[in-house]
Design a protein around this ligand. Structure first.
Ligand code: FAD
Length: 345
């Protein structure tokens, strides 16, 4: 049964008729745009075109000028740049302090951001301040042709259902999307856009947290989120002592190693390697699932892989429902043979 909003909240809703345009918060690291920013621009362009509205990108940081024109190349009609030495390091309080007044002034129809650690700390406080809804971790976005509402799809109830969510009464309609859910678009040739540099007039809040340094994590093989080939390790490998065999295969295929939550919970792989609903989403060219049953919470993290190969001794394992190639075998017999064959060249 639908629950109606308390009267005091209804009064506060933003005027819907005034709300226009699709906004994308463009994430970057030291001025280098994150891949997910392009993915969001591609989807944002599609939504803006369906609505006949503009696509607006927001860039916050310091010495980020060169990224603004790239956002236009990928479809932004307007880029708001907020460049200030105090914004050089990401801080949700400071970024919120410059972003919220801008959103209140322009009242976007739709606001999209990445469901990264930064997006997850910045965006909910903005939604709360604007007294609008936020659909986190969307796996699909579209426009309803009748109402013009943003249709937001996300897994719910532990991934057992896909929920379709709309935000009919408040603006902006806010959604976060994980990296690799949408494809990276091609640049749009000769796309014209406007870069608007905004002065930071308000005094930025003091940092309650001081960042002393950034330490990059050491990983074997390519970064999981960028890897073309990923070996997914499941509980079927029995124990961490058997990871050696998987690492040898990964080395030969220039692959990265990821795993199921069962393997991460057991401490056989670090948490950053967890693929799935509560881990990372990946989109490699080839995903090789070894001893993974194929629970829905794992599948949501690999559904944009181009080719899925599954090795499992149980012919009824659900992973075979999504695999392009299925190998029913004991991985302790199959993987050493595969390694031998690859070594033969
Ligand atoms: P199992 O389900 O135990 O499967 C092991 C598989 O190995 C079996 O299919 C078996 O046939 C096969 N096997 C065993 N021995 C061999 C052998 N010798 N050779 C070949 N095959 C063999 N899971 C995730 O992965 N990522 C998530 O982000 C995630 N988030 C979750 C969030 C919530 C809210 C919940 C409730 C669960 C989540 N899970 C997640 C857990 C998920 O439901 C599964 O429990 C988990 O994915 C199972 O991991 P697994 O496939 O490695 O283990």
């Amino acid at each position: 049964e639908a629950i109606s909003l308390p009267e005091e909240l209804k009064k506060k809703k933003r005027p819907i008729k005034k709300a226009r345009d699709v906004w994308v918060y463009a994430e970057h690291r030291d001025g280098k745009l994150a891949r997910v920013s392009f993915e969001l621009l591609g989807k944002g362009r599609e939504l803006a075109d369906k609505l006949g509205q503009k696509l607006v990108a927001i860039l916050i940081g310091h010495q980020i000028e060169t990224s603004a024109s790239r956002l236009i190349d990928y479809g932004a009609d307007i880029v708001y740049v907020m460049d200030h030495p105090d914004l050089a390091t990401f801080n949700e309080n400071k970024y919120g302090a410059v972003l919220i007044p801008l959103l209140k002034k322009h009242c976007p129809n739709i606001f999209l951001s990445a469901a990264t650690t930064r997006g997850r700390s910045l965006i909910p406080q903005i939604a709360a301040d604007l007294e609008t809804g936020l659909t986190a971790d969307c796996t699909g976005l579209d426009i309803d042709s009748k109402s013009g509402l943003l249709l937001q799809t996300r897994p719910a109830f532990g991934g057992n259902i896909m929920a379709l969510i709309t935000c009919p009464d408040h603006r902006p309609q806010m959604a976060t999307v994980r990296p690799h859910i949408f494809p990276k678009p091609q640049p749009i040739p000769n796309h014209k856009g406007k870069i608007i540099r905004l002065e930071i007039e308000n005094k930025l809040p003091e940092n309650s947290v001081k960042v002393k340094s950034f330490i990059k994590t050491e990983t074997k093989g390519p970064d999981l989120s960028e890897a073309d080939v990923i070996i997914g390790v499941g509980r079927g490998i029995k124990g961490p002592e058997n990871l050696k065999m998987m690492e040898e295969l990964a080395y030969l295929l220039n692959a990265s190693i990821g795993g199921s939550r069962a393997v991460v919970d057991a401490g056989w792989l670090p948490p950053r390697c967890q693929i799935g609903q509560t881990g990372v989403t990946v989109s490699p060219k080839i995903y090789i699932a070894c001893g993974i049953s194929g629970a829905i919470q794992h599948i949501v993290g690999i559904q944009s892989a181009k080719t899925i190969v599954a090795i499992n001794k149980d012919p009824d394992a659900p992973i075979f429902n999504v695999a392009n190639y299925g190998i029913v075998a004991d991985l302790f017999e199959f993987i050493p043979k595969l390694i031998e064959e690859i070594k033969k060249g």
